[in-house]
Design a protein around this ligand. Structure first.
Ligand code: ADP
Ligand code: ADP
Length: 239
C-alpha cells in the first residue's frame, strides 16, 4: 500500500538552478528510504517540500491518498501531524525538561509546567512516559534539555515525533552531530521504532554506510535529480 507519492516535484529558490527537479517517488507503507547525495544535492529541500516547510514550486505530494500540496494552512496542520519530523540539530527548547519537550510537539503553548501538564489527557502523558522508556530516557523526564548529551537530545526528538502517532517520519541528518557509535545507536532506534509501528521513513543522511546498513531502499540525488533508486547492496555495483 502506498503511503507517500511525489509527482513531478520541483523547487527553485529565486532564480537559482532548481534545487530539486521533477522528482517522482512512491513510498510504500513501512518502508525505510534513505536519501543520499553530496552536499547541495537537494536532500533537505526534498524532505522539506513533503511537509511544506519549503513550498514546492510545482508538482504534487500525496500522503495516505490525500493531496498535501494545495491544502489550506488549517488543513495542512492536520495532515502535518501524520508526518513526524526529526531534525539534525534536535530543535529542543533548552530551558524545558525532557518531558516538556516530548509533549511540546502536541501544542504550541509552552508555559508553567504544572498548568501545562494538566492540559494533556492522561493517555497522552502515559504514552509519553512509555516512549521515554522505549528511547532509553525513563530516568530523565525532569532533566533540562540543555543538560543532555547529543545522543540523548536526539532520543528526545524521536520520542517527540512519535508521540504525534505519525504515519511517516521525515528525518533530516539525524546523526550529523554525533560520534559514530551514537550515530549507529540512533539509526538503530529510528529504524526499529519505524518497524514496530509500521511507519514509512524518509531519511536524509550523508553517511552512505549508515544508509546501507539501516535502510531498505536507497535513493541517490545529484543536482536535484534522482540518479539511483534501489537496494542498499546494488549501490556498490553502481558506483
Ligand atoms: P542537501 O540537503 O542535499 O545538502 P539542500 O536541499 O540543502 O541540499 O540544497 C539544495 C540547493 O538549494 C543548494 O544549492 C542550496 O544552496 C539551495 N538552497 C537550500 N535552501 C535554500 C534556501 N532557503 N534559499 C536559497 N537556496 C537554498
Ligand atoms: P544542509 O545540511 O541541508 O545542506 P545547509 O547548511 O545547506 O543545510 O543549510 C542550512 C540552512 O540554510 C537551511 O535552512 C537551508 O534552507 C538554508 N540555506 C541553504 N543554502 C541557502 C542559500 N543558498 N540561501 C539561503 N539559505 C540557504
Amino acid at each position: 500500500k502506498t503511503l507517500l507519492q511525489l509527482q513531478s516535484l520541483n523547487k527553485q529558490y529565486g532564480n537559482d538552478e532548481p534545487a530539486i527537479k521533477d522528482i517522482d517517488l512512491i513510498l510504500p507503507q513501512g518502508q525505510v528510504l534513505a536519501l543520499i547525495g553530496p552536499s547541495g544535492a537537494g536532500k533537505s529541500t526534498l524532505i522539506r517540500c513533503i511537509n511544506r516547510l519549503v513550498e514546492p514550486t510545482s508538482g504534487k505530494v500525496w500522503l495516505d491518498n490525500q493531496e498535501v500540496t494545495g491544502l489550506s494552512k488549517n488543513s495542512l496542520r492536520r495532515v502535518r501531524r501524520k508526518m513526524g519530523m526529526i531534525f539534525q540539530e534536535y530543535a529542543l527548547v533548552e530551558r524545558l525538561t525532557v518531558m516538556e519537550n516530548v509533549l511540546s510537539g502536541q501544542l504550541g503553548y509552552v508555559g508553567f509546567w504544572q498548568s501545562w501538564l494538566r492540559r494533556f489527557p492522561q493517555a497522552t502523558i502515559e504514552e509519553a512516559f512509555r516512549l521515554l522508556d522505549r528511547v532509553g530516557l525513563s530516568q530523565f523526564p525532569d532533566q533540562r534539555a540543555d543538560a543532555l548529551s547529543g545522543g540523548q537530545r536526539q532520543r528526545v526528538g524521536i520520542a517527540r515525533a512519535l508521540l504525534q502517532n505519525p504515519d511517516l517520519l521525515l528525518v533530516d541528518e539525524p546523526t550529523a552531530s554525533l560520534d559514530p557509535k551514537t550515530a549507529r545507536q540512533i539509526m538503530r532506534l529510528i529504524t526499529e521504532l519505524a518497524q514496530e509501528r509500521g511507519l514509512g521513513v524518509i531519511l536524509n543522511i550523508h553517511d552512505v554506510q549508515l544508509a546501507q546498513r539501516f535502510a531498505q531502499r536507497i535513493v541517490g540525488l545529484n543536482q536535484g535529480s534522482i540518479v539511483y533508486d534501489g537496494s542498499p547492496n546494488g549501490l556498490d555495483a553502481n558506483t
